[in-house]
Design a protein around this ligand. Structure first.
Ligand SMILES: [Ca+2]
Length: 522
């Protein structure tokens, strides 16, 4: 739970001190003390000018912070150096982590791509927009599905007021560069949802190829063999350069490191010569991560060159757990597609010079829907009229250790996801709630409840549901009340095709159809 420190008075004062209270603690003294003293002196002025005008610009004038949100696709919790990987090499991200706050319990709203993105863009949990999964909610062999899952929506409704639409009235120019996955029609693509610029985003969940020609109608091909991650970085640099004089929101959802696993040959060779470590062993995947890391380094260098680095909040995050056949989230249990920690816990950094202590860590649980209100507060933008936001701004937490108000966070995934390897499922329809040290999972096929103490058992290996019936019931009641409040549908109808004794490898017609669809929307 959050620290009990009193709320500080002057925003400019707080980051002058290393955050040592409660769960947000400093690992070492913050850098840039000179700048912090400067901010301390002018903190009151910044406060008078409104929440969005925290930073003094190069010419001495107050200006709004730029927001750079780097979202990686399918990057696992431990797929970066700063989270402990000894196989993958991410020197630029490790530097970014050292310059900001690392969140060790940052969660995606879902264990796969589209729902997490819908929650980020809408600021709302999955039951409000109906994007619960990718493609069909009825994936895998129909004969093994006991229930008819809740029907899935694949497009974020054009009427949803997105994060970009909420930031625009505060004077932000908004760009989306990379994977969108929330609609491909004019009104549901990024440019229909508040972004001024869209590079390569549409309904696609992965690139046809990481090398040009990309065959992406929203991304003109580059020279043959150009690498997509480098290209998106190039586009980001151009955008930053062109908008150096006004506040920008750059949403950079890289297609990397989602399948197809494709990387530069010379970089793959380097990792082939390297010893695998802790279940991380795929050289091409490692090379994809390194290219992504290099892109982050180039962007940070550009922000430095343009003297924008101190005026830009940089957030690094991933949309779900790593692919279970490609990487390892150990010691976490599970991988992409599961509500166990390996499917939803993400690496996360916030770099905000003068506001968030360098080299600090935060162990408070945060979740994707928190970014919408966080970015509005940073921008000094009001919540759009009538807009329901399910998350909570992290500004107080990360700048001055102010505890969050909420009691718990929730997941709702009333869908089936077929297994990639042995076994039938990554998940059957399920929900989850996390509160304090505890997490409860509910599986709708049989009502099974599993309870874990994440503090003592991060690998979710000891189900405490039978041992701690009171805690189990308490969290179950919380989860049910949340579902009721949001009108979240729970699948209850039995699937007439259900035949658990059906032999593997012989899906019925419906199963075959789903399997084909899976190929186009992994
Ligand atoms: Ca993903």
């Amino acid at each position: 739970m959050g620290p009990a420190a009193p709320d500080a008075e002057t925003p400019g004062d707080v980051a002058a001190e290393p955050i040592t209270r409660g769960e947000c603690r400093s690992m070492r003294m913050p850098e840039r003390m000179g700048r912090r003293r400067f901010l301390k002196r002018f903190g009151a002025l910044a406060g008078m000018l409104g929440a969005g005008r925290h930073v003094i610009g190069g010419a001495g004038r107050p200006r709004k912070c730029n927001i750079l949100f780097i979202l990686i696709d399918d990057l696992g919790w431990r797929d970066v150096g700063f989270m402990g990987s000894r196989y993958y090499e991410t020197p630029d991200l490790d530097r970014l982590a050292a310059q900001g706050m690392v969140f060790t319990r940052a969660y995606a709203n879902a264990p796969n791509c589209a729902p997490t993105r819908a929650c980020l863009m809408s600021g709302q949990y999955t039951p409000r927009h109906g994007i619960y999964t990718v493609g069909s909610s009825a994936r895998g062999n129909s004969r093994y599905r006991k229930l008819i899952p809740v029907k899935n929506t694949t497009t974020l409704d054009a009427n949803v007021v997105t994060l970009a639409e909420a930031l625009k009235p505060a004077g932000y120019v908004c760009a989306s560069m990379g994977k969108w996955h929330l609609g491909g029609a004019d009104e549901t693509k990024p440019t229909g949802q508040g972004f001024d610029v869209n590079v390569g985003g549409n309904a696609a969940g992965h690139p046809r190829s990481y090398f040009s020609p990309y065959r992406n109608r929203d991304l003109p091909d580059g020279p043959k063999g150009e690498y997509l991650t480098d290209r998106l970085t190039d586009e980001a640099l151009k955008f930053i350069e062109a908008n150096r004089d006004r506040p920008f929101f750059l949403y950079l959802p890289h297609y990397a490191v989602h399948t197809p696993i494709q990387a530069k040959a010379e970089m793959i060779a380097k990792y082939k010569a390297k010893k695998p470590d802790g279940g991380q062993k795929n050289p091409a995947y490692a090379a994809m991560i390194e290219s992504t890391d290099q892109g982050v380094g180039r962007i940070m260098a550009k922000l430095d060159e343009l003297k924008l680095a101190d005026e830009t909040v940089v957030v690094f995050f991933s949309d779900n757990g790593g692919h279970g056949q490609v990487t390892s989230m150990a010691p976490l249990r599970g991988s992409k597609g599961m509500l166990y920690e390996g499917g939803i816990r993400e690496p996360m950094i916030v770099r905000w010079p003068g506001k968030v202590a360098a080299g600090s860590r935060c162990e408070t649980a945060v979740i994707g829907v928190d970014f919408y209100p966080t970015f509005l507060e940073i921008a000094g933008a009001p919540v759009p009229k009538g807009k329901v936001l399910d998350g909570e701004s992290l500004v107080g937490l990360m700048t001055r250790g102010k505890p969050l108000k909420r009691k718990a966070i929730f997941w709702h995934f009333p869908c089936y996801l077929q297994a990639y390897g042995p076994g039938r499922w990554r998940t059957t329809p399920a929900g989850a709630v996390q509160q304090g040290d505890f997490k409860l999972l509910e599986f709708f096929e049989d009502g099974r409840l599993e309870l874990y103490n994440l503090k003592e058992d991060i690998g979710e290996s000891q189900d405490l549901a039978a041992k701690m019936p009171d805690k189990t019931q308490e969290l179950h009641a919380l989860l049910k009340a949340w579902r009721k409040r949001l009108g979240a549908p729970v699948p209850t109808q039995r699937n007439p095709d259900y035949d658990p004794s059906a032999p593997a490898g012989k899906p019925n017609k419906a199963g075959k159809k789903k399997a084909r669809r899976k190929k186009s929307t992994p």
